[in-house]
Ligand binder design. Structure first.
Ligand SMILES: Nc1ncnc2c1ncn2[C@@H]1O[C@H](COP(=O)(O)OP(=O)(O)OP(=O)(O)O)[C@@H](O)[C@H]1O
Ligand SMILES: [Mg+2]
Length: 242
């Protein structure tokens, strides 16, 4: 299996804070990697670097072989991002939001129309197509964010706490959707989450961060065996304490 995302010894400081401090990991094709760690561990900083929103001070990141520093445009075409406070246009309708972001990626009118319909079907928002985003529930907005992230058919999904603040059924349906899309369409994903159930359910592999560094890596089962504990929450607490 080939690597789609390669993070190679990256560093990023904000003033005196070393947010990311020599981090390396890889994401293979068709794989979901859970990026876990306590508040301030450097997860969001890491995915912002991979998404070309900020530059690393040192180190190399490539997405489908494109370097985030030298080929940011190509990287942006390869990725779809879903951050916690969805970047949606509240006064526009669901369809218009999809249209706007699709056009940003240079999709042509005919392809875009078909793609928008496909996306609305995929995330179950067909009935809301003509509604203003401001009238949607939080869960529906998250689903729309995922539809927008996928509209240009990216290879890699980057999800920063996608189900945070959602009720149990909404979070579940969003997770099922993420898993289905990644597996059926052979995409890759990086998932930052504080929800251990979610991490366990979705992650093929977990990268556990603390203070900007990787403290452990493996499948949920490997990490449990390594730490000699029962579940991912115990693994997390055990490894963060060390
Ligand atoms: N734009 C910024 N300016 C200054 N400091 C920042 C900035 N972004 C992040 N930091 C600092 O970098 C460190 C890592 O933050 P980051 O947001 O990456 O953590 P995180 O793992 O995503 O945490 P959380 O689980 O709370 O979302 C923190 O100490 C944070 O205060
Ligand atoms: Mg964060």
């Amino acid at each position: 299996m080939s690597e789609t995302v390669v993070v190679s010894n990256i560093y990023k400081s904000f003033g005196k804070v070393a947010a990311v401090n020599g981090l390396s990991f890889e994401v293979r094709e068709g794989e979901i990697v859970g990026l876990l760690g306590p508040n301030g561990a450097g997860k969001t900083t890491t995915v912002r670097i991979i998404s070309t929103l900020i530059k690393p001070d040192k180190g190399v990141v490539t997405v489908s072989g494109f370097n985030v520093l030298t080929n940011p445009k190509e990287v942006r075409d390869e990725i779809g991002v879903v951050f916690e406070n969805a970047n949606l246009y509240e006064k526009l309708t669901v369809v218009d939001n999809l249209q706007f972001f699709g056009e940003l990626h240079g999709l042509r009118a005919f392809d875009l129309k078909r793609k928008i319909f496909e996306m609305l079907e995929l995330v179950g928002l067909k009935e809301k197509a003509k509604d203003k985003v401001a009238t949607l529930s939080k869960g529906m907005k998250q689903k729309l964010s995922i539809a927008i992230a996928l509209v240009h058919n990216p290879k890699v999904l980057i999800l920063d706490e996608p189900t945070s603040g959602l009720d149990v059924p909404s979070a579940r349906s969003l997770r099922d959707m993420i898993k289905r899309i990644v597996k059926e369409e052979k995409k890759s994903a990086i998932l930052c989450t504080h929800n251990m159930l979610e991490a366990q359910y979705l992650s093929d592999r977990i990268v556990l961060m603390n203070r900007g560094q990787k403290v452990a890596e493996g499948t949920p089962e490997e990490l449990e065996k390594m730490s000699g504990v029962e579940n991912l929450e115990e693994v997390f607490l055990h490894l963060i304490k060390e």
